[in-house]
Every structure is written in C-alpha cells, then in structure tokens.
Design a protein. Structure first.
Length: 77
C-alpha cells in the first residue's frame, strides 16, 4: 500500500483574490486584507498567491512589486 503524503508537512498556499475595485480578499480567513497584511504573511513565511478574480491571472509578482515600492517609499519619508 503506498504511503499517504503528510499534508501537514506541505504549507498551504494562501490565495488572495484581487477584485476589479482593487480590493484584496483573503480566501483562507474570508476577509479583506491590505498590502501591509500581505507583506506580513510573507514575512511570516507563508506562501501567498494573488489572483485576479475575473481573469484568474496570477498577479503575485505585480502585487509584491507594489509592496516593495510602498515600503521603499515609506522608508524615504
């Protein structure tokens, strides 16, 4: 009998849906989140994926660039 993979050893991806109104919805916690909260998830070592709710396009890299830009800007002020 083949071994069953241990699901607890594999981190679950936190899926964030981005809506047309630019709101970000965390499907794991069923609530809206901010870019700052997403940055916190990443700092905590969570695997985060941001997708467009309508097109299902992966917006993770674009959103991460926004987070980095925002943090760079805030450090300069």
């Amino acid at each position: 009998m083949p071994a069953t993979p241990d699901r607890s050893a594999t981190p679950r991806v936190r899926v964030i849906k981005r809506y047309a109104n630019r709101k970000l919805y965390d499907t794991r916690d069923s609530r809206y989140v901010t870019l700052k909260e997403i940055a916190g998830f990443i700092r905590d070592g969570q695997d985060v994926r941001i997708i467009d709710n309508n097109t299902k396009e992966n917006l993770t890299s674009v959103t991460l660039a926004q987070i980095i830009y925002g943090e760079e800007r805030s450090q300069k002020h």
